[in-house]
Design a protein around this ligand. Structure first.
Ligand SMILES: *[C@@H]1O[C@H](CO)[C@@H](O)[C@H](O)[C@H]1NC(C)=O
Ligand SMILES: *[C@@H]1O[C@H](CO)[C@@H](O)[C@H](O)[C@H]1NC(C)=O
Ligand SMILES: *[C@@H]1O[C@H](CO)[C@@H](O)[C@H](O)[C@H]1NC(C)=O
Ligand SMILES: *[C@@H]1O[C@H](CO)[C@@H](O)[C@H](O)[C@H]1NC(C)=O
Ligand SMILES: *[C@@H]1O[C@H](CO)[C@@H](O)[C@H](O)[C@H]1NC(C)=O
Length: 367
């Protein structure tokens, strides 16, 4: 095994031995959380997929916007991306200036992995309207709208919120780019599965995509296409490019939007529905999918691929399963010197997990 493989297996070990199993056992009684169990399945299959790794060709670009107290959460998200992914990653981290040094120190300490590179950026707006944007919107909240204009050299990008955790290789969601038809430019998951508890369909005072709107916490973009497209809109009869549509859109709807840039994206794709690829809820699994009963069918069937701990659930006790996954990943360290000596016990531990998983996973059906 090479160094990277060992590090990766070590982290899998961290996850499987950090008390998660106990949590899982208790959680079996809570129907809404049982498919987080599927995490273990990913953990078991992951080393196998990893060993099949072929020579990397294409980099996967991942962007995040970190402000305020989000350093630790962002680092945990990045760690989860590194642990599970196969192709090399390029991180684009947009952060408030006072966070830059901490990001640099932490990421440089992982550089021995050689599976990722990163660039740090200040929070920026297109210069023409910078003042106006700053006045209208919290800077961090609207940064992602400008990614296609700032990262001009980047063809495609996965944007995620800081409270995202990858439970599958980034490669898997990245591969959806190839499934876009000729008119699709971006991909997101629905905001809700169940219209009776949906937010947009009950409260929004602006147009939104589809039946319940879309959630922008995980957004896959072909930015080449986004930059080229002329968007239909309800402000003028002419179609407008991405860089020209944002300001008029914000001016028109600023009094009616609640969730900031996500609302603007919903308005945009309401008028251009042929441009959106909608992926299922297990690519953006939130507490809403299980608090009022389990309503994400795909997670029931295939497990959670990307966990989105919005509403602060990684940091309080409202959703113990979300918090347990977050803490296990946060506690796991790449920097440990004892990887070599851990390898053997670790393999044994992993094998045990396979059996444990199946035993735990079967018990509810047997009841
Ligand atoms: C990161 O960047 C360095 C210098 O540009 C390059 O040599 C290296 O191959 C890159 N690593 C990855 C994983 O892309
Ligand atoms: C904003 O909401 C109000 C109240 O629902 C509505 O009358 C108005 O048309 C909305 N504005 C836009 C631009 O949709
Ligand atoms: C994005 O779209 C452009 C233009 O259609 C295409 O050339 C490129 O291959 C696409 N990128 C990916 C990753 O599919
Ligand atoms: C691409 O898929 C979207 C969503 O299903 C659809 O609305 C659009 O018409 C499709 N475009 C083409 C060219 O088939
Ligand atoms: C992570 O570490 C914290 C503090 O060291 C500890 O309290 C917590 O139980 C650990 N959680 C997991 C899941 O390993």
């Amino acid at each position: 095994l090479g160094r990277i493989e060992k590090v990766v297996i070590f982290c899998v070990f961290c996850i499987t031995t950090s008390g998660l199993e106990l949590h899982f056992l208790n959680m079996m009684e809570v129907p809404c959380c049982k498919h987080i169990l599927k995490l273990l399945e990913n953990v078991v299959f992951f080393p196998i997929r990893y060993s099949l790794k072929i020579q990397p060709v294409e980099k996967m670009h991942l962007a995040v916007v970190a402000c305020g107290e989000r350093l630790e959460e962002t680092m945990t998200m990045l760690k989860s991306a590194i642990i599970f992914s196969m192709k090399p990653l390029q991180f684009h981290i947009f952060a408030e200036d006072q966070l830059h040094q901490s990001f640099k120190d932490r990421l440089d300490s992982w550089s021995f992995l050689q599976t990722f590179n990163y660039t740090l950026y200040p929070i920026t707006f297109p210069s023409e309207n910078a003042a106006e944007w700053k006045k209208l919107f919290k800077p961090c909240a609207s940064q992602r709208l400008f990614l296609p204009l700032i990262l001009k050299e980047v063809d495609s990008l996965l944007y995620v919120d800081t409270d995202i955790l990858f439970l599958r290789p980034v490669d898997d969601i990245w591969s959806l780019l190839k499934k876009f038809n000729s008119t699709q430019i971006a991909a997101m998951a629905p905001e809700h599965e169940e219209p009776r508890i949906g937010w947009y369909n009950r409260f929004a005072r602006h147009p939104y995509y589809g039946k319940t709107g879309v959630n922008s916490g995980v957004m896959l973009m072909n930015m080449t296409r986004m930059r080229r497209k002329y968007f239909k809109n309800d402000m003028t009869t002419v179609r407008l490019q991405w860089g020209d549509i944002l300001m008029p859109l914000l001016k028109k709807y600023k009094l009616n939007i609640t969730w900031g840039d996500q609302d603007l994206l919903n308005i945009m794709f309401f008028h251009n529905p042929e441009s959106l690829f909608v992926f299922p809820c297990h690519w953006n699994y939130r507490p809403d999918h299980c608090i009022y009963g389990s309503n994400c069918q795909e997670a029931e069937e295939e497990g959670i691929f990307i966990l989105h701990g919005n509403r602060g659930v990684y940091h309080d006790d409202k959703q113990p399963a979300f918090r347990a996954v977050y803490e296990a990943l946060r506690n796991c360290s790449f920097e440990d010197d004892n990887i070599r000596s851990l390898l053997k016990p670790l393999e044994l531990e992993l094998q045990k997990t396979v059996h444990t998983y199946y035993r735990y996973a079967r018990s509810p059906k047997e009841k």
